[in-house]
Ligand binder design. Structure first.
Ligand code: AMP
Length: 225
């Protein structure tokens, strides 16, 4: 078990397209951890038309970062749900130093600590193509790509047999460029932040999905040992 027998807390860092969501889903299945994606929580708030969602919508469409206040509020609510007791993989959070500091405080309240911040190392130039071509099954959320990962049977999800697919409004070439800038300006400094605390693990994320998830699994196993 991890730090003082508390459930593990892992952070996935990396630009849009690095594979944070894909890898978080794999770790969720493999280790029973819970994927917490602030992007998913915010998209949920937008779809539900909550106050937070109304404020976040235009910011997300522009590929900029939603305010710490809104993000922390949606995350705080999610962390209050019982399933997170199994341990969490934070996907897309923290994205600013303010969020990283707020996370430390939230975890300290429950006697928890970050076990590892994993940086998925990728080349920016490849990210625009990766993100622009991606889509997911509307039923189970399995991810696909126009070029790199098509369903085995055209139009049918390999995993659940669903036939409806969706694309994110912000997964277009122009917005991806803004999201990459936001990443480099506001989020990349967190790599040094976690490195200086001895919590950073760097993983080459340009290769095959399976090889990357094996590397991540090795990190999770050490954390859980
Ligand atoms: P993602 O699904 O992680 O790519 O996030 C999609 C969009 O949601 C981002 O481009 C931001 O506009 C917003 N977002 C998600 N997580 C955060 C966060 N931790 N801080 C600020 N904005 C966020």
């Amino acid at each position: 078990m991890s730090e003082a027998n508390t459930p593990p807390v892992l952070i996935l860092l990396g630009p849009p397209g690095a594979g944070k969501g894909t890898q978080a889903r794999i770790l969720e299945e493999r280790f029973g951890l819970v994927q917490l994606s602030t992007g998913d929580l915010l998209r949920g708030a937008v779809a539900a038309g909550t106050e937070a969602g109304k404020k976040a919508k235009a910011v997300m469409e522009a590929g900029e970062l939603v305010s710490d206040e809104i993000v922390l509020a949606v995350l705080h609510d999610r962390l209050a749900e019982p399933d997170v007791g199994k341990g969490v993989i934070l996907d897309g959070f923290p994205r600013t130093t303010g969020q990283a500091e707020a996370l430390d405080t939230m975890l300290a309240d429950t006697g928890q600590k970050i076990n590892a911040a994993i940086s998925l190392e990728v080349e920016d130039e490849a990210m625009v193509e990766r993100v622009s071509g991606r889509y997911t099954c509307a039923n189970c959320g399995e991810g696909y790509h126009d070029t790199f990962k098509k369903p085995e049977v055209d139009g049918v999800c390999d995993k659940c047999g669903g036939t409806e697919f969706k694309r994110r409004a912000d997964d277009n070439a122009e917005t991806v460029r803004s999201r990459l800038s936001a990443y480099h300006e506001q989020t990349a400094p967190l790599i040094d932040f976690y490195k200086s605390r001895g919590q950073l693990k760097e993983v080459d994320a340009m290769g095959e999905i399976d090889a990357i998830s094996d590397a991540l699994a090795g990190i999770v196993e050490k954390v859980q040992a």
